[in-house]
Design a protein. Structure first.
Length: 199
């Protein structure tokens, strides 16, 4: 019972922090209706993925990822917010909102969850570092938003794939094809950065 109460509190914190951070990052460029609609689609996909994870008991990080990607595509199409810009603000807000997971890191004493959390914090730091400086990168001629989000995703899954190879027991929610999928996502993220830089 205590676990579920703690889970509800943490999820509520995650949803609140994400919503506030996302609103704050896009409020200067978009009207409230667009922000609300985008937030709704993203949170809906997140809640559905949690339902699949905890109720249907399909414990796969990729189910969550696919549903969140679908939510981002839907939000972009419905609101007119550019997809890469949406990815940028989504990743920054998501990484920040997952900080309350430290409660579970401490409580569960699960090494793989601890490694996941360290990679998460590393990605968050890199995201903000790149976001502050990307316009000064000589090779990134387009100056378009999306670089910091894609870079954070690329690094996160690159490190995850390396950990999966070297220390599989330390990989949180390790699947059979985790190494290949993580490596592919990392490659596609960096490839999209290259494409964005040329546009």
């Amino acid at each position: 019972m205590e676990y579920w109460i703690l889970l509800v509190i943490v999820i509520t914190l995650i949803l609140f922090i994400f919503s506030f951070s996302f609103w704050r990052s896009v409020k200067e460029d978009y009207v409230p209706a667009q922000i609300f609609t985008a937030t709704f689609y993203i949170l809906l996909s997140f809640i559905i993925s949690l339902g699949i994870f905890y109720i249907i008991k399909i414990h796969s990080i990729w189910i969550i990822g696919v549903l969140l990607l679908f939510g981002l595509f839907s939000a972009s199409k419905r609101t007119g917010i550019r997809f890469y810009e949406l990815v940028d603000e989504f990743v920054g807000s998501l990484l920040l909102s997952l900080i309350p997971l430290i409660i579970f890191v401490i409580r569960l004493e699960e090494p793989s969850f601890g490694v996941f959390y360290i990679i998460l914090i590393l990605s968050l730091l890199l995201f903000h570092l790149v976001k502050r400086r990307y316009k000064s990168f000589l090779w990134y001629r387009s100056g378009r938003k999306g670089l910091s989000g894609l870079f954070a995703i690329g690094v996160f899954f690159l490190v995850r794939s390396i950990v999966s190879i070297t220390k599989p027991e330390m990989t949180f929610l390790l699947d059979e094809y985790d190494i290949m999928i993580s490596g592919l996502i990392s490659f596609l993220s960096f490839l999209n950065i290259f494409i964005l830089a040329k546009e």
